[in-house]
Design a binder for this molecule. Structure first.
Ligand SMILES: Cc1cc2nc3c(=O)[nH]c(=O)nc-3n(C[C@H](O)[C@H](O)[C@H](O)COP(=O)(O)OP(=O)(O)OC[C@H]3O[C@@H](n4cnc5c(N)ncnc54)[C@H](O)[C@@H]3O)c2cc1C
Length: 382
């Protein structure tokens, strides 16, 4: 219904490309706790994967949103969480605001090279004292003539070590709360900007995660994305893209994990027959298959609303919440059905189990999704 023959061809092309160019290197990159994002992004750019929906005038492909759905699902088939997350940060979490609200000059300077794979980008919202509560953030940009002077720090920033520029959310007035924030492009070459440390994590080892520092970091006011003082609202819109792509990727991850587990339980024998012939295992896998299908269809409904230009906030919230929970459940069950070998580092299930824990935290914790939903559904007053 949603996918034409061109979409199907795109899916096959992306699947083959990722299986050939990315997946074979994942074990090495996981061991290194990093991957060569510039080299990888340049390859993705060669076949137009970094700017699917963006305007051709900015170097994008001008494709419809269903291509993003497919791209997300296929990214989920890379056998780790780190690399797909780093790619999605670049394509759907750090760049949507710039594409939507940026001036033509700012887009030529930062968006176009990002879509060509020449620059890697990151989105810097979270701080030591402001995670779920974005309105509490303290990083400040004070105007001095035609410049902003930034001071503060950002925490847990994906791509933070390798990024060439960051979409930073900072306070640009003293209004407080969610008022008076702006989104500002900060090049990593800015004097006063530094990576304080690269952080080690439970999972997603191949993606770099950084703490960042800004000490009198000076950037032109013309680096402001969109309207000065509307940064919070613009970032909330950017979060919708983040939550949608995360949910599309989760469907790919879960479906792929189920396929791999099914081949294992068909081979592995216990009590005189293949594991899959035990009814308990059949029913569990069937149930997960049903739940993955529900999320996939829900994602498609979300994508339809997005394509129609409707407010997709509720869709993105429910999808992200459901995806975070489902991916954990699938990872746990797949590991369980592999038994001892499932717990070994050498088996994909242990990495999937570790990586799966992030989705209920990154991009807004489950509890924040529930509080948004409680407000949207009138369970609490707005
Ligand atoms: C690997 C990784 C990558 C990340 N990448 C980025 C990035 O690229 N850019 C970026 O800006 N941020 C990034 N983050 C940060 C992420 O978005 C935050 O960690 C997340 O929003 C939660 O904020 P916090 O860690 O400060 O938790 P807190 O806000 O301190 O919350 C802690 C816990 O309190 C509970 N809680 C919070 N709010 C409520 C509530 N309203 N009601 C009930 N309970 C609640 C939840 O259980 C929550 O887990 C990343 C995080 C990780 C772990």
């Amino acid at each position: 219904m949603h996918f034409t023959a061109e979409h199907d061809l795109f899916r096959r092309t992306v699947r083959e490309f990722l299986a050939r160019e990315i997946s074979p290197h994942v074990d090495e990159w996981e061991r290194d706790h990093s991957f060569p994002s510039h080299a990888v992004f340049a390859k993705l750019a060669e076949i137009g994967l970094l700017g699917l929906e963006y305007d051709p005038a900015d170097g994008g492909q001008g494709a419809d949103h269903w291509y993003t759905v497919i791209f997300g699902e296929e990214l989920g088939r890379i056998p780790c969480g780190g690399v797909p997350m780093a790619i999605a940060v670049h394509t759907d979490m750090a760049t949507p605001s710039l594409a939507r609200f940026g001036s033509p000059e700012l887009k030529q300077q930062y968006l176009a090279p990002a879509l060509r794979g020449e620059m890697v980008c990151a989105v810097a919202v979270t701080e030591p004292n402001a995670g779920s509560d974005v309105a509490a953030l303290e990083t400040r940009a004070v105007r001095d003539g035609d410049d902003w002077v930034l001071n503060g720090s950002k925490l847990y920033i994906t791509n933070g070590v390798q990024a060439d520029w960051l979409c930073v959310l900072a306070r640009t007035s003293n209004e407080g709360g969610y008022r008076g924030m702006s989104q500002i492009v900060v090049p990593a070459s800015t004097p006063g900007f530094s990576v304080s440390r690269a952080l080690l994590k439970l999972g997603n080892h191949s993606s770099d995660t950084a703490e960042l520092s800004f000490v009198d970091a000076r950037v032109p006011v013309s680096n402001t994305i969109g309207v000065i003082g509307r940064g919070f609202q613009q970032q909330m819109q950017q979060f919708q893209n983040e939550r949608l792509i995360a949910s599309y990727m989760a469907v790919g991850q879960c479906a792929y994990a189920l396929e791999r587990t099914l081949s294992y339980v068909r081979e592995r024998r216990a009590f005189g027959k293949p594991l899959v012939e035990h009814q308990w295992i059949q029913y569990h896998l069937a149930e997960l298959s049903a739940e993955i299908d529900l999320l996939r269809q829900y994602n498609y409904a979300a994508a339809e609303a997005y394509v129609a230009g409707a407010d997709a906030t509720r869709f993105a919230t429910v999808a992200k919440l459901t995806a975070g929970r489902l991916v954990r459940k699938v990872a746990d069950t797949c590991l369980q059905f592999h038994g001892g070998i499932g717990y070994m580092d050498e088996t994909w299930t242990s990495r999937f189990f570790r990586d799966s824990r992030l989705l209920s935290i990154g991009g807004g914790v489950d509890e924040v999704m529930l509080s948004v939903l409680a407000r949207l559904d009138g369970i609490v007053a707005d």
